[in-house]
Design a protein around this ligand. Structure first.
Ligand code: HEC
Length: 200
């Protein structure tokens, strides 16, 4: 009986407590400056891309300094993920692929089939080089994205990428992407589905 009473009191106390009473009270609020270090998402349409620019030529130099030893001289040799060409076991342009895939199965997939060029920027900026993520400047990331697009035959060697030009590059994998409902509405100039409809 006493046990039940205690449980009821405890339940009442939890229910009537204010929301901020039930937090553990750990940590400290993030400042906007700190937050901006983490709020770095670049969306498929280019929203979130920073100022800056980088050329294929600059990207080529950076790539050979910081990326080639994991991704291969032309982006296809591995051992880390393949950065150029189509997905698949074989390719006429890349006759050694079956042998490499036998050794590193991850090489069957290619970044060249990603649906959006802007993802190259987001991914490289947040995650690469693998041993030092977020060490590249925005200009360097633009240059590397430009060079990777060049390796995929999508950009001329004289091209330069920035917040305007990068989202305009149409990747071969674009048709494979299925965008969410909110996205489709936005593309047709319609408002997002209301919170009520989403059951929130
Ligand atoms: C020390 C090795 C290493 C270096 C150096 C490196 N990468 Fe990577 N990279 C990886 C690995 C491992 C992955 C796969 C990571 C995963 O899936 O979690 C990867 C994944 C990627 C991907 C996504 C591939 C996919 O299919 O998901 C891109 C794009 C990429 N790297 C670009 C770069 C660029 C550009 C550089 C140079 C600035 C670079 N990497 C340097 C090891 C490396």
């Amino acid at each position: 009986m006493v046990k039940t009473l205690v449980l009821i009191l405890l339940a009442l106390w939890t229910v009537t407590g204010r929301a901020d009473d039930v937090t553990p009270g750990l940590g400290q609020p993030l400042s906007l400056d700190t937050l901006s270090l983490y709020a770095i998402t670049v969306f498929p349409d280019g929203r979130g891309l920073p100022a800056g620019q980088g050329s294929v030529a600059e990207g080529r130099v950076l790539y050979h300094q910081q990326c080639a030893f994991c991704h291969g001289n032309t982006g296809v040799e591995g051992p880390a993920a393949r950065l150029a060409g189509q997905d698949g076991l074989i390719s006429l342009r890349d006759p050694l692929r079956p042998l490499r895939i036998r050794k590193y199965p991850i090489l069957v997939l290619s970044v060249g089939m990603w649906p959006h060029a802007t993802t190259l920027f987001d991914y490289t900026r947040r995650a690469m080089p693998h041993y030092a993520p977020k060490s590249l400047s925005d200009d360097e990331v633009y240059a590397l994205a430009a060079y990777l697009l060049h390796l995929n035959g999508l950009l001329d060697k004289t091209a330069t990428m920035n917040a305007e030009s990068l989202p305009q590059v149409v990747m071969p994998g674009r048709q494979r992407a299925v965008m969410g409902e909110a996205w489709q509405l936005a593309e047709r100039g319609l408002p997002p589905p209301s919170a009520a409809q989403q059951g929130e």
